[in-house]
Design a protein around this ligand. Structure first.
Ligand code: DGL
Length: 255
């Protein structure tokens, strides 16, 4: 294993680019291989077994490309597959994600909405989080898979998105909430529109920065960080045959 090998970043599509942004901010010298399974997105409305199979297949591919670590930049894929992946590849650092409920509760009490995919909200990882924190705040799970399709199309503003968000968040316009956990990596790209749809200032929490820090910690622990001084390379791969998709990845990375 060489330290200049890539960190593979995996998502069902383009959402994990919000995590890639934080990884690059923290470790610009690393080389990244980002793979999005946009041909099969959204994952969040599929049966868990299907997401497990898709994730296992794509991670096997990324490891065949000599990745030194795997970042599951997808809450949904993590819920379905992180345990199976760690069992299959015990030597590889595999960093998963979960909705950032803990930092939200550390800072706020009161009413906290957790926006995520249907799958993330029904799986046992989230049930365990709820059990742990339910006494400390009113936690409101809100399935919001519809946002994924917008971001996959590269749409992060505009009338259609605003109409969708206004309808989704209508119950919370008057019955105010104190914070929103963005428990899907596609959602940070539209957080200004979410705030706008709510109509009052709101604090957001997402797992991108924490995941980047955890990745750095695990690489340091195994002495796998890249010591090159120069900026690393970023390669995008995607399962979709849409000719625009790679261009969209670069655009979201700069967003
Ligand atoms: N980006 C994924 C997540 O963090 C989910 C998107 C999807 O449903 O495909 O949960």
């Amino acid at each position: 294993m060489s330290n200049s090998q890539t960190i593979a970043v995996f998502d069902s599509g383009l959402g994990g680019i919000s995590v890639l942004q934080e990884l690059i901010r923290l470790m610009p010298e690393e080389n990244y291989l980002y793979f999005g399974d946009s041909a099969n997105a959204p994952y969040g409305v599929r049966p868990t077994e299907e997401v497990l199979q898709l994730t296992m297949r794509h991670i096997a591919f990324l490891l065949s490309r000599q990745a030194k670590a795997i970042v599951l930049a997808c809450n949904t894929a993590t819920s379905a597959a992180v345990e199976a992946l760690r069992r299959r590849y015990p030597q590889t650092p595999i960093i998963g994600m979960e909705p950032a409920l803990k930092p939200a509760i550390n800072k706020l009490h009161g009413r906290i909405v957790v926006m995520a995919t249907e799958m993330t909200l029904r799986e046992k990882k989230f049930a365990a989080l709820l059990d742990r924190f339910r006494a400390e705040a009113e936690i409101i799970p809100l399935p919001a898979s519809g946002i994924v399709a917008f971001v996959e199309e590269g749409i992060t503003s505009g009338e259609q998105l605003d109409a969708y968000l206004e309808q989704l968040l209508a119950p919370y316009r008057n019955r105010k909430v104190d914070g929103i956990v963005l428990g899907c990596t596609h959602f940070p790209f539209v957080k200004e529109r979410i705030a706008q749809a709510l109509g009052y200032p709101i604090e957001f929490f997402d797992g991108a920065e924490g995941t980047a820090r955890e990745t750095q910690r695990q690489l340091q622990q195994r002495q796998l960080t890249n010591s090159d001084e120069s900026t690393g390379a970023i390669t995008f791969l995607n399962s979709s045959d849409d000719p625009q998709i790679i261009q969209r990845c670069h655009k979201l990375l700069r967003a």
